[in-house]
Design a protein around this ligand. Structure first.
Ligand code: PSU
Ligand code: MN
Length: 313
């Protein structure tokens, strides 16, 4: 690829880990800039890196700074990003623009998958994926995350998707586009703050090794594309779906009444939900993303492990 070197900068510890085939976990930054308030956003981002290191993997937090895709940010850079006001929310559609015009941008799930793939990273931890919005039959609002999952070979560990989306349509879309959706130790697709969505998880796997095996087989077969690993929030940290329902409906309705469209929809609703729950949803959000970072690290480690002798017989 021409000139990629000055557009993609991988921090030395990550470059070293990748060079020896070591476990690396990508982290997104839209959750930092457009998903949580400052300073909890930065503290959370740093805690995710710690969780990943503690499990023997190398964290790789991704953003665009001054038109360069940065894989691995310093503490100072993360703090600046988390409090800056002029940071774009980047998906597949505007990633090239941000680089060409030398902007700053936080990466969504879609853009983080693209950058992870460019760097050679296979496993990525986040909070929740974007999906098919309620009312998409008239607004056509479907997150580009879903098409990216169809196309780009990165496993995305999340806590399912928020019930502000149309979860049945989101699962249908992923099925149509050939994306495996794995419930980790659950037979239900989790709904972010809540363990239960009432919808079955298409696949259930109970170990990081089992998930790593699925990834190896999928990519080994040349099937490409991503995998959703849905890790339900711990029981002690969850907010039951019934408690969230009214808050979500109010925030979604408000976004509609105010004419919020395009890429502003998700950040608007997320911020309103934090306000309407008096910060309770934020605490749950932090817990679940930390749990996802731990599971992603375990999957990344398992993915690097050579097959056991019995498996090679
Ligand atoms: N869902 C969450 N928290 C988030 C996001 C989604 O629960 O922070 C962010 C992610 O970065 C995701 C993006 O990729 O929003 C999706 O935005 P959109 O719906 O505009 O595609
Ligand atoms: Mn959208």
């Amino acid at each position: 690829m021409p000139d990629l070197e000055d557009k993609l900068r991988i921090a030395p510890p990550i470059r070293d880990a990748l060079a020896v085939g070591g476990p690396v976990v990508a982290l997104e930054t839209t959750i930092v800039t457009h998903g949580m308030p400052y300073p909890e956003n930065v503290a959370t981002a740093l805690s995710l890196e710690d969780e990943i290191r503690r499990r023997g993997a190398t964290p790789a937090t991704i953003a665009v700074i001054d038109g360069v895709i940065r894989v691995g940010l310093s503490r100072e850079e993360l703090d600046w990003l988390g409090s800056a006001k002029d940071v774009l929310k980047l998906s597949r559609n505007d990633l090239a623009y941000a680089i060409a015009a030398r902007k700053h941008g936080a990466t969504t799930v879609a853009a983080t998958m693209i950058c992870a793939q460019l760097a050679g990273i296979r496993v990525f931890a986040t909070g929740g994926i974007g999906g098919v919005h309620r009312g998409a039959e008239t607004t056509f609002d479907i997150s580009a995350d879903l098409e990216e999952l169809a196309a780009t070979p990165v496993a995305v560990v999340c806590a399912g998707a928020k019930a502000l989306l149309d979860l049945p349509k989101t699962l249908e879309y992923l099925e149509t586009r050939g994306v495996p959706v794995v419930g980790y130790r659950t037979s239900e697709f989790p709904a972010f703050w809540s363990r239960s969505s009432g919808l079955p998880a298409p696949i259930r796997l109970d170990t990081a090794e089992g998930i790593a095996e699925l990834l190896k087989v999928k990519w080994g077969l040349g099937l490409g594309g991503g995998v959703v690993v849905a890790n339900p929030i711990a029981i002690e940290d969850e907010i039951p779906a019934e408690e969230m329902a009214a808050v979500i409906s109010a925030a979604v309705a408000e976004a509609g009444q105010r004419g919020v469209t395009g890429k502003s929809v998700t950040p608007y609703i997320l911020a309103r939900i934090v306000e309407l729950t008096g910060g309770r949803s934020l605490r749950t959000n932090i817990k679940l993303v930390q749990a996802n970072a731990r599971l992603a690290a375990e999957i990344a480690v398992a993915l690097c492990r050579p097959p056991t002798p019995s498996a090679t017989l």
